[in-house]
Write a protein that binds this ligand. Structure first.
Ligand SMILES: NC(=O)C[C@H](N)C(=O)O
Length: 329
């Protein structure tokens, strides 16, 4: 049976070429697709050139544009492949995981570390395997295909700036891996039963702040005017300085004034648990504080924007934040 895929091109290194000022995305999605040989005969690819940017310039309205393109074409196609720069690909994969939930049709995001025009590029194999993954009847929901790995959209992280295995699945098994064109499913996901759900709102003046030794908590007061929420990257399993009461006072002042606080860890692997050490204890299980467990920063930020796009009530935000979506927590 013939399968139709929509290829949504947004730019990135995969589409980049040399200019006097450095690599810049100038190839189109059609140019990129024309480089891919050996696809099954019964598949048809259609390209939608949504933008052509370095993903450094991707913003939430770009995520919404991708969501909209998928929503508008959802019934027409059997799957979607988004071509994207790698630098913020993990944020986009997380954002799409919240904006498009319960999708029986696969939405695959890929890119490359070297341009398609480079003689030793990874672009060809990444794009080829992404298309194969999107064509496979066992695939669903939002995932990243990169360097032979298939990663849940909420778990991908750009871990290396140059190598072809640049993306890792953080604190969660790979969904699958490729051996040439064969998909080996490591963590087979059940196909969603219900209909796909699209969400149209993202909101949030939020920012993330990483603790460093000696840093004072003045930023809570300084940011109050302008920001709705802070993602605080604490130490280890969940440590926030308590040699005096300045952090405690600043944090309680922040949350009691109706602001959002998510506490996570700056350690990349294994997540946080504020119940373990005295230095985290008072924040554990607090009704006005969200604890991020082992979620990625990319997923936390996108999830917060998605939750804030739906409600301003903390109780409801809390319920949305702790809801497991696309294996995020
Ligand atoms: N490898 C890449 O795609 C990096 C590029 N700067 C981008 O994110 O668009």
């Amino acid at each position: 049976m013939q399968k139709n895929l929509l290829i949504i091109a947004t730019g990135g290194t995969i589409a980049s070429n040399k200019t006097k000022k450095g690599l810049s995305p100038t190839s189109t999605g059609d140019d990129l697709i024309s480089q891919i040989a050996g696809l099954p005969e019964d598949c048809r690819l259609h390209v939608l050139q949504l933008m052509n940017i370095d993903s450094t310039n991707m913003k939430p309205d770009g995520w919404m544009a991708i969501q909209k393109a998928i929503a508008e074409n959802y019934d027409t196609y059997d799957g979607f492949v988004v071509l994207h720069g790698t630098d913020t690909l993990d944020y986009t994969a997380a954002a799409l995981s919240y904006l498009i939930q319960n999708s029986p049709k696969p939405i695959v995001i890929t890119g490359s570390q070297k341009p398609m025009s480079h003689p030793y590029t990874d672009a060809k194999i990444n794009l080829y395997q992404s298309i194969l993954y999107a064509l496979d009847s066992g695939s669903c929901d939002v995932s990243v295909v990169f360097g032979g790995r298939v990663i849940a959209g909420t778990r991908s992280r750009k871990q290396k700036t140059r190598s072809f295995d640049g993306f890792t699945s953080m604190n969660f098994p790979l969904l699958a891996r490729f051996q040439d064109e064969e998909i080996i499913r490591v963590f087979p996901a059940d196909k969603p039963f219900g209909p796909v759900r699209f969400y149209d709102h993202l909101e949030g003046n939020i920012l993330s702040i990483k603790l460093i030794p000696g840093m004072t908590p003045d930023f809570f007061r300084l940011l109050k005017e302008q920001y709705q929420g802070i993602i605080l990257e604490a130490y280890g399993l969940g440590g926030i300085p308590n040699f005096d009461r300045s952090y405690e006072e600043a944090i309680f002042d922040w949350i009691h004034s109706g602001k959002i606080l998510v506490i996570t860890t700056q350690v990349p692997e294994e997540g946080c648990d504020f119940s373990v050490y005295e230095v985290g204890h008072i924040y554990h299980n607090h009704p006005l504080i969200l604890e991020a467990g082992n979620m990625t920063l990319e997923a936390i930020s996108a999830k917060l924007m998605w939750a804030l796009g739906q409600t301003k009530e903390l109780e409801k935000i809390r319920e949305l934040f702790y809801r497991r979506i696309n294996f995020d927590c």
